[in-house]
Design a protein around this ligand. Structure first.
Ligand SMILES: O=C(O)C(=O)C[C@]1(C(=O)O)C=C[C@@H](O)C=C1
Length: 357
């Protein structure tokens, strides 16, 4: 077929797609009306997963699961906006990896509130300025983001969903020569994740490494200072117009960051593959065997623990800890319920949500 013929055929299909999408939106609008009259929750990640899983099974064409996810997450985001526009806050500035994570779930059309700290994201959701908040919780090379973990304990927000993002760093600077660069801005975690690149290319050049709150702040600073560079995401380098000198400079290509979507008083319906996050404030953690017995309770019930993170009890003179614990399954599963009842107020349930692997 000739190019014009192909394009004519594409135009015809786009017309059909548009009609079908509008037809879908008519139904979504009715769902929205039903939900509003019963005060039901608009965002239903487990329903979205069900749709995506079903489509993947039916799919016989060229689209990969990743492509189906990308297209349909955008459709869901538009649908939710039609049902009820909801504001989403995220750890900024614009162009941060958290921004990317937020857009992957809430699409390009949602209203976003860009906030400077993890604390301010928690606060915006607590006060209702945003319906959802997006924060990083861990990186698979670097470990936990302690600020997020500590606020999960101290604030009263629920986990709605998790997002996994493959992280790539770029080295961007207005300077064409590495010898003219005097300082590099980035987040401390990013400096550590790009250790090999820094060692190979920048050692001995007397360059100062300056840690700032986010990699996009680093890009912004590098856009203002010609003798500076940033280790940042490629979106933020582009956003601030800083030329990229090297791409994918991270030590490991397995580098993934996990983000959480938070909301107030939120609870997901069970899906086929859930994860649960709780805080454990165990009594008498200094008595031998307390932690062992707690973990054994999970093992005895066949519950797969996926994470246990110790954090110090602040304001005490001894070394005592509380734990962030994650396990596979939903909070409503009988085995999980048994543990929740056994430990009562010593456990705080943060959320059960669709697991992303
Ligand atoms: O099924 C619903 O509950 C809807 O609101 C519809 C819909 C969709 O677009 O399919 C939109 C938002 C929800 O997160 C899940 C699904």
């Amino acid at each position: 077929m000739e190019l014009t013929d192909l394009r004519n055929r594409i135009d015809q299909l786009d017309d059909e797609l548009l009609n079908i999408l509008n037809e879908r939106m008519e139904l979504v609008k009715q769902v929205g009306e039903l939900k509003r009259s019963s005060q039901a929750i608009i965002y239903r990640p487990e329903r979205e997963k069900q749709i995506l899983d079903r489509l993947e099974k039916r799919n016989t064409g060229l689209l990969t699961r990743q492509a189906i996810d990308a297209i349909f997450f955008e459709i869901f985001a538009v649908s939710r906006n039609l049902e009820l526009p909801e504001r989403i806050s995220y750890l900024g500035p614009e162009g941060s990896f958290t921004h990317q994570a937020a857009e992957s779930r809430f699409g390009g059309m949602s209203e976003y509130l860009v906030l400077p700290t993890i604390h301010s994201v928690f606060e915006s959701v607590e006060t209702g300025r945003a319906k959802f908040g997006v924060v990083p919780i861990e990186n698979n090379q670097e470990g936990i983001v302690v600020e997020t973990v500590d606020y999960l304990r101290d604030k009263n927000l629920s986990i709605v969903a998790e997002v996994l993002l493959q992280v790539h760093f770029t080295f961007a600077s207005q300077s064409d020569s590495l010898r003219d660069i005097r300082r590099i801005y980035s987040k401390d975690i990013a400096f550590r994740q790009c250790g090999k690149f820094i060692g190979e290319y920048l050692e001995g050049l007397g360059i100062e490494l300056i840690a700032v709150e986010s990699t996009s702040k680093a890009a912004k600073l590098a856009s203002e200072e010609p003798d500076a560079a940033a280790i940042c995401s490629s979106i933020s380098a582009r956003l601030y117009g800083v030329p990229i000198l090297f791409d994918n400079i991270e030590d490991s290509d397995q580098n993934k960051t996990r983000f959480l979507i938070l909301a107030k008083d939120f609870s997901n319906v069970k899906s086929t593959d859930d994860k649960t996050t709780i805080i454990a404030n165990l009594p008498n953690t200094n008595r031998p065997g307390v932690l062992y017995e707690f973990l054994k309770d999970f093992n005895d019930r066949g519950i797969n623990l996926t994470k246990i993170e110790s954090r110090p009890m602040r304001g005490e003179s001894t070394f005592r800890y509380w734990f962030l614990v994650e396990f596979l399954g939903h909070y409503e599963d009988p085995a999980a319920q048994e543990i929740m009842h056994k430990y009562g107020t010593h456990l705080k349930w943060l959320g059960s949500y669709v697991r992303v692997s």
